[in-house]
Design a protein. Structure first.
Length: 276
């Protein structure tokens, strides 16, 4: 079985409170975009083999394979369904990591969905989302993978209509690693004085002054190169540009009519892609 985990951008991101359990309460809109990894899962015919064999290609994935969310997703299901067969899993990685795009979370969530289909476990969407939440706060979103207004720590999801007809999204990642712990340490949580759900329903041309990512100000102060990317996107004609998540990826929303005319002069090591 082959599937293609997609990633996401945050349309606005407000940190509203630090909870007693240590997590931060937030408000954001998760929006899926068509930049994808590729994940293949096959049944291991050798019953004496290890329960899971995990390999990868594309972008280098640091760390022990057992820490990968694909690996962990299989472990979650194997624990509750011990009779599921051993597997071989290969991940081809193209989504930049640690970039605010949720690529790792998507890989884990798509693994759960794929295994559910492959082994006919008949798990409901709600049950898959419960498993996904044990992998990460934004993992449940990738189970439904449609635009959603997210609250709580990112796991409380409400479908929302986001009309980007006539626009394309340009993604720019400069390869700067942003520590999530550092990013949150720079934030003072506060209840926003604007209604994100209402703002999202307004035309995208009105978002520039109203749709805010709380992490931008402190991250841009520490990493002016990232701020420069946002400014460049506006100079090139974006109607809205923002950092996604805690960075370092920045995206711009452009009228489809000018996409083919865009000529960016970013450094060659930048990851630049256009999504529908």
């Amino acid at each position: 079985m082959i599937c293609f985990p997609t990633c996401k951008i945050n349309l606005g991101l407000r940190i509203t409170n630090k909870r007693a359990d240590g997590f931060h309460a937030l408000e954001t809109v998760f929006f899926p975009i068509s930049i994808k990894d590729a994940l293949e899962i096959i049944i291991e015919p050798d019953t004496n083999a290890a329960p899971i064999s995990f390999t990868s290609s594309g972008l280098a994935i640091n760390g022990d394979p057992s820490d990968n969310l694909c690996f962990k997703a299989y472990g979650l299901l194997k624990k509750d369904y011990p009779t599921i067969p051993n597997i071989k899993m290969h991940l081809h990685k193209t989504i930049p990591m640690g970039a605010g795009l949720g690529g790792g979370s998507a890989d884990g969530a798509f693994t759960l969905v794929a295994l559910n289909q492959l082994f006919n476990l008949q798990l409901s969407v709600d049950k898959l989302m419960q498993y996904a939440l044990t992998l990460g706060s934004d993992c449940p979103f990738f189970i439904i993978n449609t635009p959603a207004f997210a609250t709580g720590r990112g796991e409380i999801l409400k479908p929302i209509n986001v009309n980007l007809d006539g626009y394309r999204i340009v993604i720019v990642n400069p390869g700067i690693a942003i520590s999530t712990k550092l990013a949150f340490s720079l934030i003072i949580p506060q209840v926003p004085d604007t209604n994100m759900e209402a703002i999202i329903c307004e035309p995208v041309t009105s978002w520039k002054e109203n749709l805010i990512n709380d992490f931008e100000a402190p991250i841009f102060n520490s990493f002016p190169e990232i701020a420069n990317i946002k400014e460049t996107l506006y100079q090139k004609g974006a109607v809205y540009a923002s950092m996604t998540g805690t960075g370092s990826t920045v995206y711009g929303i452009f009228p489809t009519s000018i996409i083919d005319t865009l000529d960016f002069d970013f450094p060659t090591h930048y990851f630049v892609a256009t999504s529908s």
